[in-house]
Design a protein around this ligand. Structure first.
Ligand code: M6R
Length: 609
C-alpha cells in the first residue's frame, strides 16, 4: 500500500528519498513521485510505474542543491495508476503526499469547486491538498492550517507536507495511518514504515494519533491537541538495514521462510520462565488468564488463519471456547460477549485498517483486548490493552510466512499458559508443551527446509494446473486455509481450502482428471476419515499430495505423493506441515517466473478499510 518518505537536513535529499522509496517498494505500489525543495521553489517529479522510471526522469532533469524533499509510492484507490494521479499533489502553495483515504472527499471537492478550485487528478489526496491550501491562504500559518483542514476531513490519513513559504521545513500529521519520525546525524526524517528509515538511522519516534510534527534541518517538534510543543521521546530500533535485505536469497519470501526457526525461538522464549509458559513480561499474569472464559480472535487474511489454528489449540489445550472472526465482518454481527470474554487481535504490520477498526469496536464495547503484533510501536500494538509482540523481524514479502508462523507459535504458548494457569495441565505437562513449541517446532521447520528439492519437484505438477484444492479436518482444515491463500496469492492459480468431509456435499464435482488435491493430516485421530476423503477424490481422477505423519499406515497406497511429517509432538508435525505448504506455494510461483515478493494487486500493509 502507499508509502511516505521525507527528509530535511544538511545532506543531498534526492538520493535519500529514492533510497527510501526503493525500500518501500515491498509494500506494493503502481506509481511514484518526489517533491524536492530547491532555491527555485518546489520541483515535483512523478510517474506511473516503478522507481526505475522515476530515476530515469531524474537523470534526464537532475535536481540540484536540494536538502529537503518528500516522496511517495502510491497504490491506487481513487483513480487508476497514472502520472497525474501519482503523489505528490500541489494545490496553490501547498505540496503534499498522503497515505490513507479521505472518506468525505466528494463533499470537500464540491466545496472547493464552488471556490473555483480546479482539479487535475481523480484523487482524494488532491482534494486534501486543496482544503489545506484554502486554510493556509486564510491563516498563513502552516500549523493552524493543518489543524483546520484536518478537522474537516473524515477517514484516515498520514500527510507529509511542504509549504512554499517555508523552505527546508516539512510538516507531518497522522490519524489512522502510521507515520514515523527519525533523527539522523545529518537531519530529520519522516516515513510511513520503519524499514524505509533503516538505511539512515536507528533513532525513531512513532507519531501518535492526531499528533502533528514540524521538522527543520536541526529540530523535530511535536504538537498534540494542546498548543504545547514537545520534543519526541526517541527510541532505538533493534532492526538493522540487513534485516530488510535479501541476504543472498532469490526472494524475500524464501529468506523469510528460512528465518522461521529463529523467529519462532525469539517469539516464544521470552514467554518461558523456569521451563513454564509465562506471559508476565507482557503484563499478563496467571490470574489474568484465569479470568478468561471465552476468546474472540479478530484479524485479516493470514493473521486470521493463524487465529483459526490458534483457536483450535486454545480450545483443545486450554478448554476455552474460542471463535475467530474476519476483522472487516466483526462489527456487522457483534459477537455475544459473556463475562470473561477476551478479544485477541492479530496483525503482523500492526496497522491493518480493518483489524484496527475491530479493535476499537471491541474497546468501545468494554471488552478487554490483547494484541499479537510484529511491528513494534504500531497503532494496534499501542491501542490494545496489552500487546504480545512476535519477534519475526521485518517481513518484506507481501505473502506472510514468518509473520504467520510466529503468530501461531505465540497462540500455542498462550494456550499452554492458560491451561497451566487454570490447572488443566500440571507443571510437567506444561513444561513439555512449552519445550515442544520452543524446540520441536523450529527443528521441524529446519528439517522440512532440508527437503526443499523434494517440494520443488512436486510444485511442477501444481504450476501446470488452473485449479488446486487443499483439504483437511480440524486443525488441518485451519492450516489448509492458509495453504490455499499462500498458493493463490503468489501463483495466481485458483486454490480453495475445503473441510475434507465437506467436499462430497458439492465441490467434489469440480474434481477432474489430474486436479491436484493437497491433503493435510497432522492429527492422527482424524487420519482415517481424511484418508477416506482422499480415496473419494482420487477415484475421481484427483492427483493427491498427502502431508501425513511418519507413523501413518501405508499412505502411499492412498496418495500419489506423500510428504512425511515428524511425530515427535503436535508442534513438530504442525510446523513441518506449515513449512511444506509455504514452500509448495513459493516453488510453484517461482517456477511460473512470477514476481513472488510483490504479487499483483496486493499490498503488504492494508491501511484502508
Ligand atoms: O499485517 P496484518 O497481519 O494485519 O495483515 C493481514 C493480512 O493483510 C495479511 O495476512 C495478508 O493476508 C497476507 N499478505 C497474506 O499472505
Amino acid at each position: 500500500m502507499c508509502g511516505i518518505i521525507g527528509y530535511t537536513g544538511s545532506a543531498n535529499a534526492v538520493p535519500k528519498i529514492t533510497k527510501g522509496l526503493e525500500v518501500l517498494e515491498y509494500r506494493g505500489y503502481d506509481s511514484v513521485g518526489i517533491a524536492a525543495r530547491t532555491s527555485d521553489g518546489v520541483t515535483t517529479v512523478k510517474c506511473r510505474g516503478r522507481i526505475g522510471s522515476l530515476e530515469e526522469k531524474l537523470e534526464r532533469n537532475p535536481i540540484e542543491n536540494c536538502t529537503c524533499a518528500i516522496g511517495h509510492t502510491r497504490w491506487a484507490t481513487h483513480g487508476g495508476p497514472s502520472d497525474v494521479n501519482a503523489h505528490p499533489h500541489r494545490a496553490g502553495r501547498v505540496v503534499l503526499v498522503h497515505n490513507g483515504i479521505i472518506e468525505n472527499y466528494k463533499v470537500l471537492k464540491e466545496e472547493m469547486m464552488k471556490k473555483e478550485v480546479t482539479f487535475l487528478s481523480e484523487t482524494d489526496t488532491e482534494v486534501a491538498a486543496a482544503v489545506l491550501n484554502d486554510c493556509y491562504a486564510e491563516t498563513g500559518d502552516p500549523m493552524t492550517a493543518i489543524r483546520q483542514a484536518t478537522a474537516k476531513m473524515k477517514g484516515s490519513y498520514a500527510f507529509g507536507i511542504l509549504f512554499d513559504e517555508f523552505p527546508g521545513e516539512v510538516w507531518a500529521v497522522r490519524t489512522g495511518s502510521p507515520l514515523i519520525l527519525a533523527k539522523g546525524q545529518d537531519g530529520y526524517y519522516l516515513a510511513s514504515d520503519m524499514t524505509a528509515l533503516l538505511p539512515f538511522t536507528k533513532e525513531y519516534y512513532c507519531l501518535e494519533e492526531g499528533q502533528l510534527a514540524h521538522l527543520t534541518p536541526t529540530s523535530a517538534v511535536l504538537y498534540g491537541s494542546d498548543e504545547n510543543p514537545k520534543v519526541p521521546d526517541w527510541s532505538i530500533t533493534a532492526m538493522t538495514p540487513e534485516s530488510a535485505q535479501k541476504g543472498g536469497f532469490k526472494h524475500f519470501m524464501l529468506k523469510e521462510i528460512f528465518e522461521q526457526p529463529e523467529a519462532i525461538m525469539k517469539s516464544v522464549s521470552p514467554r518461558i520462565v523456569d521451563g513454564l509458559p509465562n506471559f508476565s513480561a507482557d503484563g499478563i499474569t496467571a490470574d489474568f488468564w484465569r479470568q478468561v472464559k471465552n476468546i474472540q480472535i479478530v484479524a485479516c487474511g493470514s493473521a486470521m488463519h493463524a487465529g483459526l489454528v490458534g483457536g483450535r489449540l486454545l480450545e483443545e489445550i486450554a478448554g476455552v471456547p474460542t471463535s475467530s472472526y474476519i476483522a472487516s465482518e466483526f462489527r456487522y454481527h457483534p459477537p455475544l460477549a459473556v463475562d470473561g470474554t477476551l478479544v485477541v487481535v492479530i496483525s503482523q504490520s500492526g496497522e491493518t485498517a480493518d483489524t484496527l477498526a475491530a479493535l476499537r469496536y471491541a474497546k468501545e464495547s468494554g471488552l478487554p483486548t490483547v494484541s499479537i503484533v510484529n511491528a513494534v510501536g504500531t497503532t494496534i500494538a499501542r491501542e490494545a490493552d496489552r500487546c504480545v509482540y512476535t519477534y519475526a523481524g521485518p517481513e518484506i514479502a507481501v505473502a506472510t510466512t514468518k509473520g504467520y508462523c510466529t503468530q501461531v507459535s505465540v497462540l500455542y504458548m498462550m494456550a499452554a499458559a492458560i491451561a497451566h494457569a487454570t490447572g488443566r495441565i500440571d507443571d510437567t505437562e506444561a513444561r513439555d508443551l512449552a519445550r515442544s513449541i520452543a524446540e520441536d517446532a523450529p527443528k521441524a521447520v529446519l528439517d522440512m527446509l532440508e527437503r526443499s528439492e523434494e517440494l520443488r519437484q512436486m510444485s511442477a505438477r501444481l504450476a501446470a494446473r488452473e485449479h488446486i484444492f487443499y483439504i483437511g479436518r480440524g486443525l488441518d482444515y485451519a492450516m489448509s486455509q492458509e495453504g490455499a491463500l499462500k498458493l493463490k496469492e503468489i501463483s495466481y492459480i485458483h486454490c480453495e481450502a475445503y473441510a475434507a468431509g465437506e467436499l462430497k456435499h458439492g465441490t467434489i464435482s469440480l474434481i477432474e482428471e489430474g486436479t491436484p488435491v493437497i491433503a493435510i493430516t497432522t492429527e492422527a485421530a482424524l487420519y482415517d476419515k481424511t484418508e477416506s476423503n482422499v480415496r473419494e477424490v482420487r477415484s475421481r481422477g484427483a492427483y493427491v499430495i498427502m502431508l501425513c505423519r511418519e507413523d501413518a499406515p501405508n499412505p502411499e497406497t492412498s496418495a500419489d505423493e506423500v510428504i512425511y511429517l515428524p511425530t515427535k509432538s503436535t508442534a513438530a508435525s504442525l510446523f513441518a506441515a506449515m513449512t511444506a505448504v509455504q514452500m509448495l506455494a513459493y516453488e510453484t510461483a517461482d517456477r511460473l517466473d512470477l514476481d513472488v515478493d510483490r504479487p499483483r494487486n496486493l499490498a503488504k500493509s492494508v491501511t484502508v478499510e
